[in-house]
Structure formats: structure tokens, C-alpha cells
Design a protein around this ligand. Structure first.
Ligand code: LLP
Length: 431
């Protein structure tokens, strides 16, 4: 459930017409609903209330400072995958001691930075990384809190590009190696095993795979106990899916209740790392229709947002819902429309790539100048955007009831090359 709803055929973000937002702030435009975000935060917190827990929002899904700030004020922790993300969390007012750090290729300077901020836990993804962390912790004269991110070889039953828990994926430590490496940690004065971690994939639409993975983590937990190693948390990662089209994922409550049921007799805290489920449906991307054009095979609806603003359709062939800001009546239809007033359009952007589309074969009743909204764009939208084709990053707005706030200014063209240099004649002479 979200707070982007129609009233009298007009789409609202909470109490504001989205059309007015485009009028005020321009297009394309990311718009977030604070009430929706808070609703999702509450859903995760409430689901876990019966057990010691830490909800670590996966920053990669949407790293806007304003969004991170709301999440920090709510009391949640964060899952980061780079020094940049950790610095963002700190800049947004997040508590480093509620941060866990995942990622398959952490640089030594990133590890040192994270340890110097005394973060909650480093999720280790290889044997070599374990030794690197130990060396850096020794240099700092500390004991680094670590969890092994194990690869349980469980099929998340999702799109292959976002499946991470299989042997063929680059992520995690082979399950078979885990107990040996926990022994290495036990013997190392600069490492402390505080948890067991996994993340098997994203956009999971059923609870089965996470239960299968949790069972494997529990088996490992008991193995470690027998070795005299007592970890304080089990981290089930992120991955809960959302409804883009007709998917019916479990609610956070249903998803987590099943995990808690498995963990009920085990004295550990449960950590999770949700990204998409927290923010996807808390955001939309608004875009204006520039041109309509047709050929004998296709109708194209050319909009001013592109794969540089939202790459999910181009990259994963993801289906994202595209709806009009104002629903036109069937009586106000273009020639050759169906009885509902719609024509079938490919909704495409201005970028010089055939894959630059937001949606294919969509039934729409639109005109040039209309505003469309791509729903579910709050996760992996803005955070994956780029300047490709010389396109500035678009503005972002947070709506809170009847108020709207600019949380990111539209990037200026000249800011796109502010860190670039032209080689001067003098430099050419002396090189
Ligand atoms: N934890 C780790 C270690 C992760 O790698 C991820 C996502 C998450 C948590 C959060 O997963 P979520 O709850 O958001 O499913 N760009 C893709 C999604 C990539 C996910 C990468 N890892 C997309 O647009 O679908």
C-alpha cells in the first residue's frame, strides 16, 4: 500500500497533485512519499518486535540523504557496500554503530575507514578479505567484529541478474568453508565472530527460499556452538519483493514471522537488510510526454525521462507500471484508439540506444505535454541513474502531506563536468 492515489482521475502524491509538482519543479522528477516510507519502516519494525533485532536498510536501493535521515530518525540501522555509502549514512545523521558493511570487494582503505568508525559488523565475503580485515584491525589495535556472508546455494527464484545465493554467483563464502573460517576467526586475536550472514537475492516473491537459507544458517549456528563459538546475530539479508505488476509477495510481517518461527529457540538477534521493500513503492518518477509518433508497426510515446534516470527496464527488462497523471475519459481519445480510449505505445526516452525504454506495449490515452508516472521507482531508480548522453541528474522531491521539499536540486549541465580538465598547451609541452 502506498500514498500515490487517484482522486477524481487525478494522481496525487499524498495531498498534492503530481501534475502541480511537475509544474513547480520541472520534469523528469522523482517524488517520494514520506508517509509511505514510514509505513514500510513500521511494518519491518513491528514484524520483529518480539525478538532482539536490527533492521539495516540497504542504502544502495536509494541513497538520498533525506531518505537516509528519515530512516535514521526512525531508529533503523543501515547496510552499506562502500565508503561512499557509509559517509552518506554519517552525513545523514545515521549511527555508525548500527551499520553493517557488505560487499564482495572492499578496498583496504574502506575497511580501515569503517573500522575506525566502530561499525557494528563487517560481512566478509572471502577468505582473503578475512585476512585483510585482520591485518587492518591489528594495525588499529582493535578486534574487528565480523560475520561470514555464507553462500547457502539456495535458489531465490528471481531474475538471474539479481540472484546472489547460488554457487555460480560471485557472492559469499562457500557454505562448506564456513566452519573452518570461523575457527580461523576464533584463533585470531584481531577478529571476533559476531554473526552469520547471507543474502540470496532480490525481488523474491515467495517466502520459501529465505526459509531454506535460514535453516542452513541455523545448522551452521549449531555447528559453531559445538566449536565453542557463540555469535550474537543471524542476518538474513534483504530481498523481499514488491508488486510492480501482478506479483504477490508476502508482507514483511508474513515473511519475517516465518523466519522468527524458525529462530524462536535460538538466543540470537535477527538482522535483515531490506532495500526494495522499504522504498520502491514510496517513490514515482514523473515524466512529460514530448512527442507521439507512429509507424505502420508501432506507436511511440517519447518522454523526457530515460534509462539515464531509470535503468531497470533497459537493464533487466523489468516491467514497471506507467500511469497518467490525469486519466482522460474514453470520449477524449485519438483516432484508432480502443473502446477505452487507449492506444498501444512503447514508452521510450530520448537516449540514443534502442533499449532506452520505460515500458513496451502499454495501453495509454495520452497527448503531447501530458505527465506520466512510473510507479515503484523509489528503489534502484535514482541510485542507479547516470549522466549518459549528457543528461543532468533529475530533481528529487519529498512530499509530506500537503508540503513538498526539494531533497535534491536538478543537476546543472556544467556540474556534470566540474571535475574534468582540459590538457593545456603548457602541460603538453612538458610531458
Ligand atoms: N543486502 C545485500 C548484501 C544486497 O546485495 C542487497 C541488494 C540487499 C541487501 C537489498 O536487497 P533488496 O531488499 O533491495 O532486494 N538493481 C537491482 C537490484 C540489485 C540488488 C542488489 N543487492 C534491481 O533494480 O532490481
Amino acid at each position: 500500500m502506498d500514498y500515490f492515489n487517484y482522486k477524481d482521475n487525478e494522481l496525487y502524491a499524498e495531498d498534492i497533485k503530481v501534475r502541480d509538482l511537475v509544474e513547480q519543479y520541472g520534469s523528469p522528477l522523482y517524488v517520494y512519499s514520506k508517509a509511505t516510507l514510514e509505513r514500510h519502516l513500521r511494518a519491518f519494525e513491528d514484524a520483529l518486535v518480539s525478538k532482539d533485532h536490527l533492521v539495516c536498510y540497504a542504502v544502495k536501493a536509494n541513497c538520498s540523504l533525506a531518505i537516509l535521515n528519515i530512516i535514521a530518525e526512525f531508529g533503523c540501522g543501515f547496510d552499506v557496500v562502500s565508503k561512499g555509502e557509509l559517509m552518506r549514512v554519517i552525513a545523514a545523521g545515521g549511527d555508525p554503530q548500527k551499520v553493517i558493511y557488505s560487499g564482495v570487494g572492499k578496498r583496504p582503505d574502506e575497511i580501515e575507514f569503517a573500522l575506525s568508525y566502530n561499525i557494528k559488523c563487517l560481512n566478509i565475503e572471502s577468505e582473503s578479505e578475512l585476512y585483510a580485515v585482520s591485518k587492518i584491525a591489528a594495525k588499529l589495535g582493535i578486534k574487528a567484529p565480523v560475520a561470514l556472508r555464507v553462500n547457502p546455494n539456495v535458489d531465490a527464484k528471481t531474475h538471474p541478474s539479481i540472484s546472489t545465493g547460488l554457487k555460480k554467483n560471485k557472492f559469499g563464502i562457500p557454505f562448506e568453508d564456513a566452519s573452518r573460517l570461523y575457527q580461523v576467526i576464533k584463533n585470531d586475536p584481531h577478529l571476533e565472530a559476531t554473526g552469520i550472514d547471507c543474502h540470496i537475492g532480490s525481488q523474491m516473491t515467495s517466502g520459501g527460499p529465505i526459509i531454506e537459507a535460514t535453516d542452513k544458517l541455523i545448522a551452521l549456528y549449531h555447528e559453531l556452538e559445538a566449536m565453542g563459538i557463540k555469535v550474537d546475530h543471524i542476518d538474513i539479508g534483504g530481498g523481499l519483493g514488491v508488486t510492480y505488476n501482478d506479483e504477490t509477495p508476502p508482507s514483511p510481517y508474513e515473511y519475517l514471522a516465518a523466519v522468527l518461527q524458525r529462530l524462536k529457540d535460538i538466543d540470537v538477534a535477527v538482522y535483515c537488510e531490506p532495500g526494495r521493500a522499504m522504498v520502491a513503492n514510496a517513490g514515482i518518477l514523473l515524466t512529460k510526454v514530448l512527442y507521439l509518433k507512429s509507424n505502420p508497426e508501432r506507436n511511440f510515446c517519447i518522454v523526457d525521462a530515460s534509462m539515464s534516470d531509470l535503468i531497470r527496464p533497459a537493464l533487466y527488462n523489468s516491467w514497471m507500471n506507467i500511469v497518467p497523471a490525469v486519466k482522460r475519459p474514453a470520449t477524449d481519445a485519438l483516432p484508432e484508439s480502443d473502446k477505452n480510449g487507449n492506444r498501444v505505445y512503447d514508452v521510450v526516452g530520448p537516449i540514443c540506444e534502442s533499449d532506452d525504454f520505460l515500458g513496451k506495449e502499454r495501453n495509454l490515452n495520452v497527448r503531447e505535454g501530458d505527465v506520466l508516472a512510473v510507479r515503484g521507482a523509489g528503489a534502484y531508480g535514482s541510485s542507479m541513474s547516470s549522466n549518459y548522453n549528457g543528461r543532468p541528474l533529475c530533481a528529487e522531491i519529498l512530499v509530506d502531506g500537503s508540503r513538498s521539499y526539494v531533497i535534491r536540486e536538478r543537476q546543472k549541465e556544467e556540474d556534470m563536468w566540474e571535475n574534468e580538465r582540459i590538457i593545456t598547451d603548457l602541460e603538453k609541452q612538458f610531458s
